[in-house]
Design a protein around this ligand. Structure first.
Ligand SMILES: [Ca+2]
Ligand SMILES: [Ca+2]
Ligand SMILES: [Ca+2]
Length: 147
């Protein structure tokens, strides 16, 4: 047997060994994009993470990266709560966000996107600082002004 063939068999053996020790497969995340309305207050449920695992291992969840500060995840259930007030007018999509799912042996990381849905939460903006109109002297002002 040539030394090259010997090396080949060693590699195959190592691959077998490493796949044996990795026999427990990493969990998967079923959904990568979510949406939550900007009107959902702090402390309320935003969405729920759902992982699956080939061995049905118990899973725990964590959120990481910059946009994780807006949310809090319950590690054992995957329920995600709003943790800082959301504002679609300043940020429409949270994309700097990763979910880490752990089973007892493995972990897996997934980048997720959270679209912030619009609520009608802004007063109308007047384009002019003041508006002028003409009112006749003998016209009743009752419908226009209130005391
Ligand atoms: Ca597993
Ligand atoms: Ca807003
Ligand atoms: Ca809005």
């Amino acid at each position: 047997m040539s030394s090259e063939m010997g090396l080949f068999y060693v590699c195959v053996l190592l691959l077998c060994c490493s796949s044996f020790t990795n026999a427990n497969l990493a969990p998967d995340l079923l959904q990568l994009s979510y949406s939550v309305c900007e009107s959902v207050p702090v402390g309320q449920v935003a969405f729920t993470l759902e992982g699956s695992d080939p061995e049905n291992d118990p899973l725990t969840y964590a959120l990481e990266d910059i946009d994780a500060k807006y949310f809090r995840v319950e590690p054992n259930t995957g329920t995600v709560y709003v943790d800082a007030s959301l504002d679609r007018e300043s940020k429409t999509v949270m994309s700097d966000l990763r979910v880490i799912i752990y089973d007892p042996f493995q972990s897996a990381s997934f980048r997720i996107y959270v679209v912030i849905d619009d609520a009608n939460d802004n007063r109308p903006i007047f384009e002019e600082a003041s508006y002028e109109t003409t009112v006749l002297e003998n016209e009743s002002l009752a419908p226009l002004c209130s005391k």
